[in-house]
Design a protein around this ligand. Structure first.
Ligand SMILES: Nc1ncnc2c1ncn2[C@@H]1O[C@H](COP(=O)(O)OP(=O)(O)OP(=O)(O)O)[C@@H](O)[C@H]1O
Ligand SMILES: [Mg+2]
Length: 442
């Protein structure tokens, strides 16, 4: 099978798998490769020009475009002959079959089409009323990411939590049909109590800390309060929505999604990658450290390799804004074990200023600057919390999240361990993904 990989409206590469074969390769078009210096990360830092790619890295990049968990199982079931093993497509042919059906709208600027299909269609938008929005939320288990092959809704996005993609056009929610770019990611509250409010609050604090300037809010859709996140990989140019390229750290490092919790210390891999590929490595390592420290201080254990991303602008690499961060400490069922260790610490409760400085040093970020960055983070979190609107602060989980974050900021400043769960209950060793999957089968 062969698929064309487009970046926006430019065909850049072709991916090929042999029938029944386990390997896949991605080869840049000759004309494209000739336009760039060798080792330019056009599609991915793991797939620099001129290629061809190492098969394992090509597979990791392509798998990284697909959903995870229950959503992946459901879309695989809807595409005949695609089998899964351990929650991942069994062969590269399976990955290709899924992308051939669902790869029209992905993370970043990637558009996947069967080879030779020609220029991707710009698609069209269909306005949704409240009833139709409720139906999308209700039907998500059968139509993950809002996909529906019969209606030409062919999109794909990573992650284990239920979600779908919409476009906001002239202030109205629309479905992005036939390959039209979406503008927002919608995550209903499902497995985790008030997760949408929790994430909106935490990302709002991330804004106060200068880690993103993209909007998030909550709204009611049908029976669910949903998180709405403005896509940082889309830009509106007049009436045209333009795709900007991004990839997650697992794709950038050639790591399969199933291994996203095995990314190792941020210093070990992600910072090295930035030093190799970023145009301003110092600034980018500092931005990455800001996100790593933010997650630790707000009590977010889920900083795995698919929750950090890179923006790739014609081969120029920067750290993408903060996304997918919430205070997981308020859920007693979770382990409090961080998706990536910080210094020698793996536990959110035990991490402290010294561990963060240790991590900074290993990332090549001088300890004096990192110390200043931590002080600025603490001050920005305090003033961000002070400025929160009363409507955001009231009730659970906001009150508990705020109390937890303020206590951790105090301990960061006094050099103590940042501390554990606000409520003492039996902890498990489950990750957010495991526990989400378990709850979806109840
Ligand atoms: N605001 C955003 N703009 C652009 N891309 C985003 C944004 N938020 C998330 N993404 C992309 O979508 C993917 C899935 O989103 P997200 O991480 O929020 O999902 P999730 O299901 O909660 O993930 P997890 O499996 O980590 O719990 C991310 O890995 C990232 O590539
Ligand atoms: Mg995520």
């Amino acid at each position: 099978m062969e698929l064309d990989l487009w970046l926006g409206d430019r065909r850049v590469a072709r991916t090929t798998s042999r029938p029944g074969g386990r390997t896949v390769r991605i080869a840049y078009d000759d004309a494209i490769a000739a336009q760039y210096e060798a080792e330019t990360p056009l599609l991915s830092c793991s797939l620099p020009t001129p290629g061809p790619s190492q098969p394992a890295k090509a597979r990791a990049f392509l798998d990284g475009l697909l959903p995870e968990g229950r959503a992946l199982e459901t879309v695989a079931a809807q595409v005949r002959n695609v089998r899964l093993v351990d929650g991942a497509p069994e062969t590269t042919a399976d990955t290709m079959a899924l992308l051939a059906e669902y790869g029209r709208e992905c993370a970043g600027a990637v558009v996947v089409l069967p080879a030779g299909s020609g220029v991707p269609s710009g698609g069209r938008y269909e306005q949704l009323d409240d009833q139709a929005l409720s139906a999308i939320v209700r039907d998500l288990p059968q139509h993950p990411i809002g996909t529906d092959l019969a209606r030409d809704l062919r999109m794909s996005l990573a992650g284990a939590q239920p979600k779908f993609l919409l476009a906001r056009i002239d202030g109205r929610w629309c479905e992005a049909v036939d390959g039209a770019p979406s503008t927002h990611i919608i995550k209903p509250t499902t497995a985790w109590a008030h997760s949408a409010r929790n994430e909106a609050l935490v990302i709002g604090l991330g804004r106060a800390c200068g880690l993103t300037d993209h909007d998030v809010w909550t709204e009611q859709m049908g029976d669910s309060v949903v998180l709405v996140a403005e896509r940082f990989d889309r830009r509106t140019d007049g009436s045209i929505i333009v795709r900007l390229h991004q990839e997650d750290m697992c794709q950038a490092l050639g790591i399969r999604p199933a291994d996203k919790y095995q990314i190792g210390r941020p210093s070990g891999r992600m910072a090295r990658l930035l030093r190799e590929f970023a145009n301003s490595p110092r600034a980018e390592v500092s931005a990455l450290f800001g996100q790593v420290a933010f997650r630790a201080v707000v009590g977010d254990e889920d900083g795995h390799g698919k929750n950090y991303s890179l923006l790739l602008d014609d081969g120029r690499v920067r750290v993408a804004p903060l996304y997918d961060s919430l205070c997981t400490l308020i859920y007693p069922e979770l382990s409090g074990r961080m998706g990536a260790p910080i210094g020698a610490q793996v536990s959110l409760a035990k991490v402290d200023r010294a561990a963060l400085l240790d991590e900074a040093r290993a990332m090549g970020f001088p300890a004096s600057e990192a110390g200043e960055a931590l002080d600025e983070l603490a001050a920005a979190l305090r003033s961000g919390i002070e400025r929160l609107d009363d409507s955001v602060v009231a009730g659970w989980p906001s009150d508990t999240v705020i109390e937890t974050v303020l206590a951790r900021v105090d301990r960061l400043e006094s050099g103590q361990r940042l501390g554990g769960k606000p409520t003492k209950r039996a902890a498990s060793s489950r990750t957010l993904d495991d526990e989400t999957a378990r709850r979806q089968t109840l």
